[in-house]
Design a protein around this ligand. Sequence first.
Ligand SMILES: Cc1cc2nc3c(=O)[nH]c(=O)nc-3n(C[C@H](O)[C@H](O)[C@H](O)COP(=O)(O)OP(=O)(O)OC[C@H]3O[C@@H](n4cnc5c(N)ncnc54)[C@H](O)[C@@H]3O)c2cc1C
Length: 504
Amino acid sequence: MTERLSADIAIVGAGVGGSLLALLLNRIGFRVVLLDRGRHPRFAIGESSTPIADLVLRDLARRYALPRLAPLSRFGTWRQTYPQLTCGLKRGFSYFHQRAGQPFLARADHGNELLVAASRDDAHADTHWLRSDVDSFLANEVQDAGIPYFDQTEIIIREKSPTWQLAGNRPGMCLDLRATFLVDASGTAAFLPQALSLKNMGETMRTRSRAIFAHFERVASWQELLAKQGADTQAHPFRCDASALHQLLEEGWMWQLRFENGVTSAGFVLETTAQSRLPTVSPEEEWQGLLDRYPSLHQQFASARRVAPATGLRRTGRLQRRWERMTGTNWALLPHTAGFVDPLYSVGLAQTLCGVERLAHLLEHHWRRESLHGYLQQYANVVELELDLIDELVEGSYAVRHIFDLFVPFSMLYFAAATTYEQQRLQAGFQPGRACWCANDANFRRVVRHLRRKLRVALAHSASPDVTHVFFRNVANAIAPYNSAGLCDPEAANMYRYTAVDLP
Ligand SMILES: Cc1cc2nc3c(=O)[nH]c(=O)nc-3n(C[C@H](O)[C@H](O)[C@H](O)COP(=O)(O)OP(=O)(O)OC[C@H]3O[C@@H](n4cnc5c(N)ncnc54)[C@H](O)[C@@H]3O)c2cc1C
């Protein structure tokens, strides 16, 4: 059986980005078709949300009259409204400096810990999204809105212009779809860049990393492990398990995100070099080898059992990618398809939601107008600037991940950028041409480059206490115009309680 359909906009990929965009475009009045080669519920990564992601989600729910999405923007309303959808409590970011071969011992001055609050209490907190639940929920919303949705569909492009002609193969049926515009929301799979033979510019990116990850149960609480050794966890602004918890390692870093159902998402992100090859050992052996090098992590995972994905630990190649073009006359890539840096600062969901918001806005206002091309170019420029800024911030952070006294001040650049964007957005509302994290603020970009140079100098001087102190002051001075959140405060002793911007 062949089903023939025509649409204004075809969206390839029904992850969080594709489904959300389908809902918005449908509200605007476009005829949309959503396609995915997989089937929900399925394991997916990219779970830790941030104040920016939540702020944008809440705004979109209001602007496009999608009230069922708004509760997902805060932990309190999520739990109350959708107890069947699993999430985790995320009060902020936490970092712990591990040394290979040594158990972690929290210092009395918190010199090997950094906690940065992103919310004032649990009810207003951000969340970790169990993506199998959230993505299923959104795909169901798409179907409930009457939007044609085809899962388990392998798509082939028959024609690209003047309109798209797509053939879809699905169990028991074929699809013949014509669409005026195509949005690629297929993420890492890069459906359209592959089909258009676009060049991957990943080699030009500064960061070099790869990941191994899975979901586990019975991961011991880091908070309890610290408490048992008599660490001063009372000084923590929040329970550190209720955060995007980062263990900084010699090889890279590890994330730990706890969900309410007892499952923990955990992954190692490992620095690579141009010469690096994937190790010859299995992902399981590599995983265990890393845990074995860090006694406290070994202890934390001693009873852990992998629960997903069913196929075993996922191991990626180099994470960094960026396609030479992000838009064309009748197509656009969502940010996670357009490129990716590294999950160190959990920027992916925020960038995806901001991209969805900009694309929906520009299609609404410039559809079938000559201006469309220019606004698509603006969209691509903004995504590109964001990727470039994140690349600079992550690369610099990697360079000093083993010198915690330098890592802490350098990381403040990210927090200054994030809180500044949140405040600008609260004051001025959505502005399509404004990039997240001050990525198109020329002065901020100069500050980042200036501090990256200073960081090189500090590293060349073996990062003595004098040098790290001077670097801390340098950062504090340089970010002053962007620092309304009390960052870089020596009195805070790495425990930042008050960075959260209060949402109305
Ligand atoms: C290791 C890692 C960790 C991350 N951690 C975080 C984090 O903590 N916080 C954060 O904010 N972000 C994180 N991210 C980024 C986050 O994953 C993305 O921002 C987010 O998933 C983007 O959503 P999306 O819907 O655009 O793409 P995806 O979630 O990747 O969805 C893509 C969809 O396209 C479908 N698809 C693929 N190929 C085809 C095809 N040929 N035809 C049809 N459909 C297709 C897939 O089945 C899937 O449903 C992380 C990313 C990585 C790689």
